[in-house]
Every structure is written in C-alpha cells, then in structure tokens.
Design a binder for this molecule. Sequence first.
Ligand code: ARG
Length: 550
Amino acid sequence: MTGFHPLEHIRRQISSAVVRAFPDMKADLLKFETPPDPALGHIALSCFSLAKTLRKNPQETASGIADLPYSDDIAEAKAVGPYVNFFINTEKTARTLFGYLSGNHDYGSGTEGQGKTIMVEFSSPNTNKPLHIGHARNNTLGMTFSNLMEKLGYKVIRANLVNDRGIHICKSMLAYQKWGNAQTPEQADKKGDRFVGDWYVAYSKAEKAEAETGKKDLENEVREMLIRWENDDPDVRALWKKMNGWVHDGFKTTYDRTGVKFDRYYYESDLYVGGREEVLKALDQGICTKEDNGAVSIDLSDLKLGKKILLRGDGTSIYMTQDVYTAISKHRDYPLDGSFYVVADEQDNHFRVLFAVLKKFGHEWANRFKAEAMRELRIREERAASRPESELLETAEIISQSAVKYMMLRTTAAKGFMFDIKEALSFDGVTGPYLQYTHARIASILDKAGDGGKYTDNGGHKWNEDEALILLSLCRFPDVIISAAKERNPSVLAGYVYDLCRAFNRYYVASPILKTDDITRAARLNLCRAVKYVIRESLTLMTITPLERM
Ligand code: ARG
C-alpha cells in the first residue's frame, strides 16, 4: 500500500529497525496490533512469533526491541510483557499530516486494488413491488462498499439485477388486467412502483379469498399468463412492458433522490433464456436429471443441499435459472477479479445453491465468487428564519437522508436491527444528524476564523492529551478504510467517524479555539481543518452529502 498512510509509515520504520537488529527476522512475520487504550500505546508489536524465530522468550525479546534505536517518528517504545508498545511523536506526525493535507486531496486512498476490477451487485428489486427498507439498507451498504473499494484503487462496477419476469410479476399484471380499468399511475396519483405494487397486493388478497372457497382459478390463470409471456404473446408482453415501465420510473425517482447509481443493469427477462439453455445443456451432459413431471433438477446432496429444481415441469424458468446465467454473463462481460452480492440473509441458501450449481456446471471462477450477506425534522429556528425556504428544504432532505443512511451503516452488515426513525433523527445520538452537526460546527468555527482556510505554521505548539488523541484518530483513517473494505463491513467506518466526532466535540467544549494565543489558535484551527476533512471524506464514502451549515 502506498498513498499517504502515517501509521503504516511508522510500522514500516519499526519493521526495518527490528530486521536490522535481527537479520534472521522477516519483516512480514511481524505482527502489529492496536492497543485497546491509546494511553497504553499507539501501535503494539506482539513478540510471540518473533521470539520463536529468535529462540528466546517473548518478554526478553520485547525488552530487547524496546531498547532499539528508532527514528524521531517514534517518541517512546515500552516493553509490556510480550508486547512492545510504541507512542508516536505527535508534533512530527501532526506536521507531516497537515503538510500532506494542505497539498493533497486523496488522504485515505490506497493502491492495493489498482489494475483489479470487481463487480458489486445490490438493490436488485423485483418489478412487482416498490422498493422497501431492505433495499434502502442494501443500497446504502452496496454504495458504501463500492466507494470503499474504489478508494483502495479497485475499478468497481455497480450492478443492479432487475428481477422483472416470473410468476410474481404476472400476479400484478393479472390483477391490473382484470380490475385496473386501464388507469395510469398519474391518474391514480401514485408513484409507478407503488401503483403496480398495489395491484400485486390486490392479487394476493383475491387469491387468498379464492383459496378459502377451494377454487384455484386465479392461480391457474396466472400460470397460463407466465407461459404466454415466455411464448412471447404480444398482448401479455405489451402489458408487461407498460407496467414495468411504470415501475422503473418509480425506482429511478428513488435512486436519483438517494444518490444511488449503477454502471450496469442486468434484467432477468434478458437472461432467463440463457439460463434455460445452460440447464438443458447440463441435462444432456448428465449433470441434471429430468423428473417425472418434466421438471429439471440437480442433485446437490453431496454438498448437503439436497435436490434443487432448476426448471419447472411446464418448462418455465425460476429465480435460480436466471441467476445461473446472470453470473455467467457478469463474468463474460467484465474481467472480474471479484464479484459481490449485497443481499438479504434470507437469500443465503439461494446463493449457496447457486454457487454449487455453477461449480457443478464446470465454471472454475465460481470458486472465487463470494456471497456475503451484508447486509419530522426540526431545524434550529433562530437561524432558519434568515434562510430561503428552498435551502431549508434541501437541508432537511439531506439531514433526513443522513439519518436513514447512517442507521443502515451503523450496525455490522451481517446483523439485523430495529429501525427506529426517532432515534435515527436525534442530533445527539450515534446518528447521521450528529455527524452533520459536528461537521457544520467545524465549518462555522473555520468560517469565523476568517483565515482563508489554509494550514498555517503552528511550530512550537505542544499538543495536549485531547489533541494528541484526535491526531492519532486522524492517522488511523487509512487503516479504517482498509479494514472496512477487507471485512466487507462499512460499520467499521461508521463507528470510527462517530468516535472522531465525539472526541472533537468533547475537546471543543474544553479548549478554546479562536480566543487564545496565536500559536495555539493556529494549531487548533489546523486540527479543525483536518478533522473536518476526515469527517467529510467519511460522510461522502457513506453516500451522505456533508452539510456546511444546518
Ligand atoms: N430480487 C430479489 C429480491 O428482491 C433479490 C435478488 C438478489 N440478487 C440476485 N442475483 N439473485 O428478493
């Protein structure tokens, strides 16, 4: 990793000092950790494997290493049992960091992904229903994960697979055809995806009522409609096109409003035929079996996944049929070094089966495919009066979106959580509005300083303990991006930026920034600028628009 990475720079210096003293030692065997409390140290070196190589005991090794000569980037090295805890030289680190930030705008970027292409699929809605909160979460996770990987140099293709065909789509179509009186969403004054979704609900209700009478007419009709759709019946196709168009308009409105962007759309309607061909090919090769009712299945019992149907008895395709070919297409369309699906965990089994099927079908790259289930606003009134209504509305929109998006990212991607809108909107919790408030607060301090926003010399300033902690936290930013991306877990970033904001607010209450001597003021303003930069970058990575004022 190159790019500006202050802690990595210091870890490398420690490594070279150790290797210089113990030539038997390989630098990549050194294991660095982060001490649980910065009062204990800023960087820890665990000496277990080192001691093993040197055939000494870990404590002795640690004290030997603590006594080595280090560059002035390191203020102190302390042996604590089998660990060496290093303290960074805050003055020097601050100088380097501010120097870098004053001339560059890529702090936090890495190069490990250079020359590599990955695909991140997310959102992937069905066109029989509006987007729901699960999509909102996966959209935010998908966008943030993509941004993180891009920050590390990967070329990222954001993909959306639209499940726009199948029995569920025919259900809303049938209901609309029967009871819709050719009304349009505009006439009904509804967003297109909601309008179609309501017909899906109407179908489900009617089918349930019918089932109570013991009849199955609707179910049969819908099945027939799917067959007609797959046989390219012009009427059914025209209805499908019209209704899907409405749904897509509705989706687009939501994506645009929330800043969700895709580089590539895949449509099940384009892919299911290819999927059917793959399955039939596998049937010829004896990888699949024909059931008595004509369905085609695959036996995955060796993988403890049982027997899975890949084509229905009436020849129509299912969700799985399409996904087989979607995966193949993605791989054909791009030279992928990795492919990610940001999906709900209820899809876990589906993807386990999908990857097993792809392997059985002989696709070597399937071994590398990964599925990881990531899974009334009040504005301060005294200020509000002097600002145009349009700006207030825009600010309110951004704050609400920060609230929702941050809530989505705050919890580890693989865990579920309760979405509480009141909590999400609070200005003093672990929330998006709190981050915005901190960012805007710093913007206002810098504004009042009226010094043109440039880093200035603060030579001779002695950083106090709170300041040193904030500086250390700023130095961690590149590490945080790497961990969030590697662990596929944007909550690492979400937690980090919250901690930074909290540390800053605590500091701000205790330490005057503008009304103090010149050197202290310059130092504190530099710190403010750097903190603002990192909050801003973090918000942007999380697809949240940073606010300069609230
Ligand atoms: N459309 C599906 C749903 O809303 C999710 C699709 C996930 N992606 C995929 N390639 N199967 O439940």
